[in-house]
Design a protein around this ligand. Structure first.
Ligand SMILES: Cc1cc2nc3c(=O)[nH]c(=O)nc-3n(C[C@H](O)[C@H](O)[C@H](O)COP(=O)(O)O)c2cc1C
Length: 410
């Protein structure tokens, strides 16, 4: 399969303008600037590209929501990458920052935005440095349209900053808490103006969509899940890393053909297919196609495609406890169901893991989750109970063992 995002991986000095251009870089932007913005939106709509930040929303359709004749418009690049198990945007920014810049300039032309904020996770020092240097190089060489103003914003250090409206608040200097929607950012986003927020990987797909055509892109993957996807694979595999494969690649192929399979004698206990917020899959679901729609139909989600493999030597209660700790720590506290719910889920998970659990706790976890479901202000709270409830579905015996024996089963 032809790669789009990692096709030049391993090329020495790929991060420099000279190397990127010698490989055909910025040709997509040149072709874009000869098109009218609405023509670019149409090309992206026809490509079938869906957002790679987690929700899988069609990119061209999102751009089409901007109200006519309202200016200025902003483009915000979501490079916060806070989802546990996800580390793809980092590799893209470190190894190929000009690919991102070209994608940004194409998107900015399509939505007629002249100001771009690139919101990069604060801990990503090397990404920040590489993108900063790439901007300086491209501007000095006159590769980017002169009117395009690009600023890097260092992330404020919380998972919630990646949620698009919290990201806008963070750029505005407010507390990174989610905003009520509607109005959606397309209508009233940054400083109340029409704004598009796109993920790094989404934007990096654009240059090839322009140069090779939307039909070429749409032919990769499955009919409603076009293109390639970077799967970040971690956990109990021999070769953890980022793998760019066609959308819809079976999970089994990702784990065993690409990530090297499990260590000797180990078996899959569970797999988180799309970052911490995605419901776990059991070992009998390894043949599932890894795309937005198939995973949603199976009650999970592709999310950011952070694939975390848990093997039979790992205690599921302990693994879930660490995720419960993450959600409790990262809850911004704005809404009560999330603030209180994540606290109580952590309390219960903590006593289960440490031999102080009671059988009734398993039902209590379900009751707390029910009180949170559909009542939280944003998807963070709606996700906090997902690892617990999904693991209870097929590892209940392990939870019960923990309560009875006051120790791990493995
Ligand atoms: C708690 C939370 C954290 C998120 N973190 C990120 C993130 O780090 N990066 C990202 O691109 N999207 C993240 N998202 C999704 C964004 O809100 C948004 O959907 C995405 O940036 C849109 O870009 P796309 O259309 O290109 O996918 C997060 C969402 C939630 C609810």
């Amino acid at each position: 399969m032809e790669k789009i995002l990692f096709k030049h991986n391993g090329t020495p000095n790929l991060e420099t303008l000279a190397t990127y251009r010698s490989l055909g870089g910025y040709e997509g932007l040149k072709a874009t600037l000869a098109l009218k913005p609405e023509e670019v939106v149409d090309v992206v709509k026809r490509s079938g590209l869906r957002g790679r930040g987690g929700a899988g929303f069609p990119t061209g359709t999102k751009w089409g929501f901007l109200p006519k004749d309202v200016y200025p418009r902003y483009l915000c690049v979501n490079a916060d990458e806070g989802e546990p198990g996800t580390f793809k945007d980092r590799q893209l920014m470190e190894e190929n920052p000009h690919l991102l810049l070209e994608g940004i300039a194409i998107a900015a032309h399509a939505i007629a935005a002249e100001t771009v904020y690139i919101y990069i996770r604060g801990e990503y020092e090397k990404s920040i440095e590489r993108v900063e240097r790439a901007i300086a190089e491209a501007q000095a060489a006159g590769v980017l349209p002169e009117r395009l103003k690009l600023s890097i914003y260092r992330g404020a250090g919380a998972y919630i900053c990646g949620e698009e409206t919290s990201l806008l608040n963070s750029i505005e200097g407010e507390r990174p808490e989610p905003r009520l929607k509607p109005p959606f950012p397309a209508v009233a986003g940054l400083y109340g103006k029409p704004t598009v927020i796109n993920n790094v990987e989404t934007l990096c797909c654009l240059p090839d969509i322009i140069t090779k055509g939307p039909e070429w892109f749409a032919a990769i993957g499955t009919p409603k899940n076009a293109g390639t996807k970077i799967y970040s694979v971690s956990g109990a595999v021999r070769k953890p890393g980022n793998y760019e494969l066609a959308l819809g690649t079976p999970l089994r192929e990702i784990i065993f053909n690409h990530a090297g399979g499990l260590h000797d004698g180990r078996k899959v206990k569970a797999v988180i297919p799309g970052g911490a917020s995605a419901a776990m899959l059991g070992p009998d679901q390894l043949d599932i196609a890894m795309d937005f729609d198939t995973l949603a139909a199976a009650g999970s989600m592709l999310g950011s495609a952070g694939v975390i493999v848990i093997d039979d030597a790992t205690c599921i209660v302990r693994s879930v406890l660490s995720l419960s700790h993450f959600y409790q720590h990262e809850s911004c506290g704005k809404c009560t169901p999330c603030r209180e719910g994540t606290y109580w889920l952590l309390e219960i998970m903590d006593r289960l893991e440490h031999g102080k659990g009671r059988m009734e706790d398993l039902d209590l976890l379900g009751r707390v989750s029910k009180k949170m479901a559909g009542r939280c202000f944003c998807p963070l709270g709606e996700s906090a109970f997902v690892p617990i409830m999904s693991s209870l579905k097929f590892c209940r015996d392990e939870y019960e063992f923990h309560i009875r024996e006051k120790r791990c089963m493995v």
